[in-house]
Design a protein around this ligand. Structure first.
Ligand code: PAF
Length: 283
């Protein structure tokens, strides 16, 4: 694996690869790599000749300074995990000045409204920060395909919109959620859970599976009430939101329009760790 801290050197290597007709896959991350990230890298390597992985903890997407400070910084073990894959990888680990220049600031985007739903209501400015860094990274790497996990489904749709609006020309691929044995969606945050909370947090996925069974039999309002009640009766998890939403507009819906595809979304706290998860309901 080749490691680059400077964009100019990375770009030189990517140009060389492209001249030799290699396709470039891209997996942007904030490090603290786990099996979920590695599965994105493997999927990228299956369909692209070379894969760029970036590790950059993007300050502009944190709405909460404490969250940014607490974000795990594990570059050495991240490198070891990537090396163990024995794939043709280019790792890009820029610092903030390399990526942003002098002004570490988010741009403002209009994502057509999807930025105001769900996560957008609870994490002010988060998607502007994500949009800014992903645009910047896409412009540097110019990948053929970029891979994102469906756990952050709203982020995935935001990136698709960004790609379209800014004409970035990348094939944006959504990859299925990777789960721990209990069903808990893999996340860098899971390591901050106590053993007991990690076990309890599997409840989130169990609820989503039951919602999928109920969908089409009960209406969305009834399901929502049921979910809220289930969480109220759970001693250790606090629900922040539950929504059934159209997978394109991300607007909450209460009709089962046969032509649309729907997903259910949950954000909940286990102790002070905020977890999100979602499931496709009718597709
Ligand atoms: O999903 C993430 O890890 C981040 O939001 C991303 C896409 C790497 C942008 O910083």
């Amino acid at each position: 694996m080749q490691i680059f801290r400077e964009k100019a050197l990375l770009q030189r290597e990517i140009s060389r690869l492209k001249l030799n007709k290699n396709t470039i896959g891209f997996v942007p991350t904030m490090g603290a790599l786990h099996q979920g990230h590695l599965s994105l890298v493997r999927q990228a390597a299956e369909v692209c000749d070379a894969v760029v992985v970036s590790i950059f903890i993007n300050p502009t997407q944190f709405d909460n300074l404490k969250d940014l400070e607490n974000y795990p910084r594990t570059l050495d073990s991240d490198i070891a995990l990537l090396e163990d894959l024995h794939l043709d990888l280019l790792l890009f680990t820029p610092n903030a000045a390399e990526l942003y220049g002098e002004e570490i600031q988010a741009m403002h985007f209009d994502f057509g409204g999807i930025e105001h739903e769900m996560e957008g209501k609870y994490r002010t400015g988060h998607f502007n920060g994500v949009g800014t860094v992903v645009k910047r990274l896409f412009e540097i790497v110019v990948p053929n395909k970029a891979f994102f996990g469906e756990k952050d489904f709203q982020q995935l749709q935001i990136i698709r919109k960004l790609n379209e609006k800014e004409n970035l020309g990348v094939d944006v691929i959504g990859c299925p959620i990777d789960r721990e044995d209990t069903g808990l969606a893999r996340s860098s945050r899971n390591d901050r859970l106590s053993a007991n909370l990690r076990k309890e947090a599997a409840f989130i996925y169990q609820i989503l599976l039951k919602v999928k069974e109920k969908f089409g039999i009960e209406n969305a309002d009834e399901i929502k009430l049921w979910v809220e009640n289930e969480f109220e009766n759970h001693a250790e998890l606090n629900l922040e939101y539950f929504e059934i939403a159209d997978s394109k507009t991300l607007r909450s819906e209460n009709n089962n329009d046969q032509k649309s595809t729907f997903r259910a979304f949950i954000a909940a706290y286990a102790g002070d760790v905020r977890l999100i998860d979602n499931i496709a309901l009718n597709y």
